[in-house]
Design a binder for this molecule. Structure first.
Ligand code: NAG
Ligand code: NAG
Ligand code: NAG
Length: 364
């Protein structure tokens, strides 16, 4: 697959991001952020699921998080949602829904700050992975919304929600789950599967719209065939092309869906951020972007460190900022930081039809 080189002018934006990362006192640019999706967005909901095998609340996860705390993020530090939230004027992602208590949710019940509902292992389809499905995540949001209405009444609630950002990062697990059942789908099967996936995505987006969501920040699916785990399955050690093809097909369909929805749902605004463009840009041009390792995960075991997860007995690398992948399926803090800059400030190649900054600042 041909990918144009990563635009190096983006590098000049990195100092901006570094400065923002410490601007904790800067005023939030939106009332709240509500986050939905999978392990690329989870900040600890799965810590509360006793039976889940999609957890990251143990070392060496979090080794570069403040106080080296393993929070449940699938990262050595922050994930992409943390950086996006940071660019919007927050310290990092809002807290996980399942961590909320009546003591900590004071601001949240005034429609401020927001909540993260994402759950590792989940997908767009209810049949994919986690018990906290996307349907369940939206139900959780609905209970939060009812509680906000009870606190501040429905008029102000809708006003705040219409200015808040709804971030969604999902789809990769659905593609993995399909691949597990059918590793060489023909063209018809691919089209049918992607059609079903995007149709379900549409239902979820409409449900959120009905609940008051207006500004959607969608993060697309990266070239998941190039993660260390799929590479470890490939005798050649190359990317599993079928997974990348399905990711591209899904991403194209999501763009069309969002365009169509925004012309039928009054007041709906959106940006689709492309983690696909970011990760494929890094793979294409690693050295120029400061990477020395784009195939092997920093933490794990087996081929490409892709045969088992980042557990306490796994080994992990020292130059973590020079690795594309943290574990068998997830990017490093450094990669997420680059993705955050590209999606928030970048050109249409990284976020379209507008970038996340425009969605936050320019659009009313
Ligand atoms: C929070 O308050 C509600 C009633 O307002 C109560 O039903 C619930 O059990 C409380 N939760 C906690 C964790 O105390
Ligand atoms: C694709 O595979 C299905 C079986 O899963 C088969 O019915 C169909 O004819 C195939 N289509 C093409 C174009 O090969
Ligand atoms: C780590 O230990 C667990 C059991 O405690 C084992 O199942 C797993 O395979 C080990 N992983 C590595 C990378 O050694």
């Amino acid at each position: 697959m041909k990918v144009p080189p990563f635009p190096l002018h983006l590098l000049h934006l990195l100092p901006v991001a570094a400065a923002l990362a410490f601007a904790g006192s800067e005023a939030a640019k939106v009332p709240a952020i509500y986050v939905f999706g999978d392990s690329t967005a989870d900040v600890g909901n799965n810590n509360y699921l006793p039976g889940s095998n999609a957890k990251a609340n143990f070392p060496h996860n979090g080794v570069d998080f403040p106080f080296s705390r393993p929070t449940g993020r699938f990262s050595n530090g922050y994930n992409g949602i943390d950086f996006l939230a940071n660019h919007m004027g927050f310290r990092r992602s809002p807290p996980p829904f399942l961590s909320l208590t009546n003591k900590t949710n004071h601001q949240i019940l005034r429609g401020l700050k927001g909540v993260n509902f994402a759950s590792g292992g989940s997908g767009i389809l209810d049949s994919t992975g986690s018990t906290i499905t996307m349907t369940k995540q939206i139900q959780y949001f609905s209970t939060i919304r009812s509680n906000i209405v009870a606190q501040i009444a429905s008029e102000p609630t809708y006003r705040l929600l219409s200015k808040s950002i709804f971030l969604i990062s999902s789809g990769g697990n659905d593609i993995f789950a399909y691949f597990t059942k059918n590793s060489s789908p023909n063209a018809t099967e691919k089209v049918r599967f992607i059609g079903a996936l995007v149709s379900e995505y549409e239902n979820h987006l409409k449900a959120l719209y009905v609940l008051g969501a207006r500004k959607f920040g969608i993060v697309d699916v990266p070239p998941i065939g190039c993660c260390p785990y799929p590479r470890s399955l490939n005798p050649t050690g190359g990317c599993l092309d079928i997974l990348n093809e399905m990711s591209v097909g899904f991403n194209e369909a999501v763009k069309l869906l969002m365009h169509r929805l925004s012309s039928t749902l009054k007041g709906m605004k959106y940006s689709v951020g492309s983690s696909y463009a970011v990760v494929s840009g890094i793979i294409r041009n690693p050295a120029a972007l400061g990477y020395k390792e784009i195939k092997t995960a920093c933490c794990g075991a087996g081929k490409f460190n892709g045969e088992s997860g980042c557990t306490p007995n796994a080994t992990y690398c020292s130059e973590r900022h020079r690795y594309l992948f943290w574990d068998l399926l997830h990017p490093t803090h450094a990669t997420s930081k680059l993705a955050g800059v590209a999606i928030y400030y970048g050109s249409q190649r990284f976020a379209s039809p507008i970038n996340f900054r425009q969605l936050v600042v320019d659009v009313n």
